[in-house]
Design a protein around this ligand. Structure first.
Ligand code: WT7
Length: 635
């Protein structure tokens, strides 16, 4: 039996039990057998959740790009590493082999060095989904610079905040970006941001959309001529396993974004191991994750995890709606994609467009379908399963977080029987626990509580950049000696986990704990409903009551709204119980969403509570205009 590649359910249980019984031995074996280390560790793990301090593979030396690129050159030099599909469907896809990736990463690394970047320096990468993004990321890792990738949809203010928080010396960007039929002036956004960032000495600019842009002399340089002049070899910087690999910002419930710090050795081992098993990647498969590298999903499951396994990883520059809503399926057919990993919000958007755009394409290459980022509602799960997977491709509903670095709770396809809306079982090495409000662990099945992780895992974030106290307060203070995820979950009779949503979204109605996700699932079952969001508002008798924002599929629908309200409450009564009925239902054309597609409930909650004087920071919203409309029609 191989611990590294799990193929059956019994194997999963055996491996899982071993990972809990003898975690150090378990991880040591995986690290030893499947990676290249310049020097082995002195100690597999030391940890103290009170400080908190966690160290994996202490004393080991390595470079992650050697593991992601160089070691594959012996057998896979001509295999496609990065498969780039551009925004414009008529432009040619680019197949970048492992050898070409090696050469490009080394050239880029040499440019960074020539510009004075050294081990430990922070480099901000603000690029669209083009090959330079993956290459720049790996080039930083090659020389031990700490990359901070900022999603290229963030505004100048958000970018400046992130550049300054981690004192980046350099920004890597492009002249612009395509977004469907539109172009975005990325360089202009960087220029605006840098008015408030004194520490940035150099801006490297990739030519992509070929617009005329202003270059600040002494600061800005075109990337290509520098790359062309650089050597295609670059000795990898030898890193400690616990040296930071990257910083990635994630928004907190309050305050500044948190710069989560991930380190090198444990992150590599865990992302590679999860990638192999969660997607059951086989040699010659084409794997596609639709996320942006600006999010943790892209870091771990477009770049590091797939490349550490010598996989072919597809990078798509565009959006699901351009030139039409069939684009994803057209790409699946064109590149014969075997594993497809996306977010429920995308699935719901595509499901709304009808089946003609799906049926035109041959999706028979697909073997595994993934979901990530939010609870997948039952209707979306079935649509995905029936129409994309044709009931042949298991859906892996993967629960994890920016902070966890890798997938934590997930089915293993072809091993774990799936169950709609359940992320199912913990991955080997992960020890989840459900806590009640008082911090007592609920040990039995068929309970719900706050989701915590009791034991360290290799890819957990080690700190928040520049603010270890906040790291401690946010994740290690709610419950003693355990990592608190901020999510609520339930465990069913066989031990499967269902993530019910952020705990801050839990609403107590007449003394009953109601997760928002199951209620939204129920509402979305109504044939006229496209999407919904529930928040609580104060109620004299119940403590809290529920306020629902509902998007109808057909805006022109002339149905009687009071009848619709009754039907929605009837469905909730059937699926969840009468306690979960909504007191107020507002029909709306949109919901405020973050750029990663998550509903900003904080804003909806304030509107429901008629507390709109200070809506807080709306700068990260994808669609700020929708807030006004919702406020104007609030009940
Ligand atoms: C939060 C983390 C990790 C990748 C992208 C999001 C929610 C994530 C699931 C899932 C239910 C999920 C949780 C989590 N979440 N995956 N499969 N089912 N909820 O990363 O932005 O750090 O967000 O996303 O609430 O805490 P993130």
């Amino acid at each position: 039996m191989s611990n590294y590649h799990i193929k059956h359910l019994e194997e999963y249980y055996q491996v899982y039990r071993k990972s809990v019984r003898a975690p150090k031995q378990f991880w040591e074996e995986i690290a030893e057998e499947h990676f290249l280390w310049h020097k082995k560790w002195d100690n597999v793990l030391s940890w103290d959740f009170k400080k908190p301090e966690v160290k994996w593979f202490e004393g080991a030396k390595l470079n992650i790009t050697v593991n992601c690129i160089d070691r594959h050159l012996v057998t896979k030099a001509n295999k496609t590493a990065l498969l780039f599909e551009p925004n414009d469907p008529n432009s040619e896809a680019q197949h970048i082999t492992y050898q070409q990736l090696h050469d490009s990463v080394c050239q880029f690394a040499n440019v960074l060095k020539a510009k004075g970047i050294t081990k430990g320096d922070r480099v901000c990468i603000y690029l669209p989904m083009i090959p330079e993004l993956a290459i720049a990321t790996l080039a930083c890792a090659r020389i031990g610079a700490i990359h901070s990738v900022v999603f290229a949809g963030f505004s100048a203010t958000a970018l400046a905040t992130r550049i300054n928080d981690s004192d980046c010396k350099m920004v890597i960007t492009s002249d612009g970006a395509y977004r469907g039929a539109k172009t975005i002036d990325l360089k202009g956004i960087v220029d605006d941001a840098l008015e408030n960032c004194a520490g940035v000495a150099t801006v490297l600019v990739a030519k992509h959309i070929n617009t005329d842009i202003a270059m600040v002399s002494g600061r800005d340089e075109w990337l290509q001529p520098l790359l062309d002049a650089a050597a295609t070899t670059c000795a990898p910087e030898i890193m400690d396993a616990e040296d930071p690999l990257f910083i990635l910002y994630t928004s907190g419930s309050t305050g500044m974004p948190k710069g989560m710090v991930h380190t090198t050795g444990g992150y590599m081992v865990y992302t590679a191991y999860t990638f192999k098993n969660v997607f059951q990647y086989k040699e010659d498969d084409v794997y596609w994750c639709t996320a942006d590298i600006g999010w943790i999903t892209g870091h771990s499951y477009i770049v590091y995890g797939p490349l550490a396994n010598g996989a072919t990883t597809l990078m798509f520059e565009g959006v699901p709606s351009y030139p039409d809503f069939g684009r994803f399926w057209q790409i699946v057919e064109k590149h014969k994609v075997n594993q497809f990993y996306t977010a429920p919000t995308a699935i719901r958007a595509l499901a709304k467009e009808g089946l003609e755009l799906v049926e035109q394409y041959d999706l028979s290459s697909l073997k595994v379908l993934g979901s990530v980022g939010e609870p997948i509602n039952e209707e979306a799960w079935h649509w995905y399963n029936d129409n994309i997977g044709k009931k042949q491709s298991p859906i892996v509903d993967t629960w994890w977080q920016t902070e966890t670095g890798g997938i934590m709770i997930t089915p293993i396809p072809f091993a774990t029987p799936t169950k709609p809306t359940y992320a199912t079982l913990p991955f080997p090495g992960i020890q989840p626990a459900l806590m009640d409000d008082k911090g007592v662990e609920l040990k039995e099945n068929q309970v719900s509580g706050r989701l915590c992780i009791k034991f360290p895992w290799p890819s957990m974030a080690r700190t928040i950049w520049g603010n270890h106290q906040r790291y401690k307060d946010t994740y290690f203070s709610a419950f003693e000696n355990t990592y608190f995820t901020g999510d609520g979950a339930l465990r069913d009779e066989v031990g499967y986990y269902r993530i019910t949503g952020r705990v801050d979204d839990v609403i107590i109605v007449s003394g009953h704990n109601l997760g928002t996700a199951p209620i939204e699932d129920a509402i979305n079952e109504h044939p006229a409903v496209a999407e919904s969001a529930i928040v609580g508002f104060p109620h004299d008798i119940k403590g809290n009551a529920l306020y629902g924002y509902v998007i109808l599929k057909d805006v022109g629908e002339s149905r009687n709204q009071d009848n619709l309200r009754k039907e929605i409450n009837q469905i909730i009564t059937e699926h969840v119980g009468p306690i979960a009925k909504l007191d107020k239902i507002q029909f709306t054309s949109g919901l405020p969403k973050t750029r990663s597609g998550k509903i900003m409930r904080r804003i909806l909650r304030k509107i429901a509570c008629n507390d709109t004087a200070n809506l807080g920071d709306t700068s990260t919203l994808l669609n700020p205009e929708v807030v006004e409309a919702i406020m104007a029609n609030a009940i």
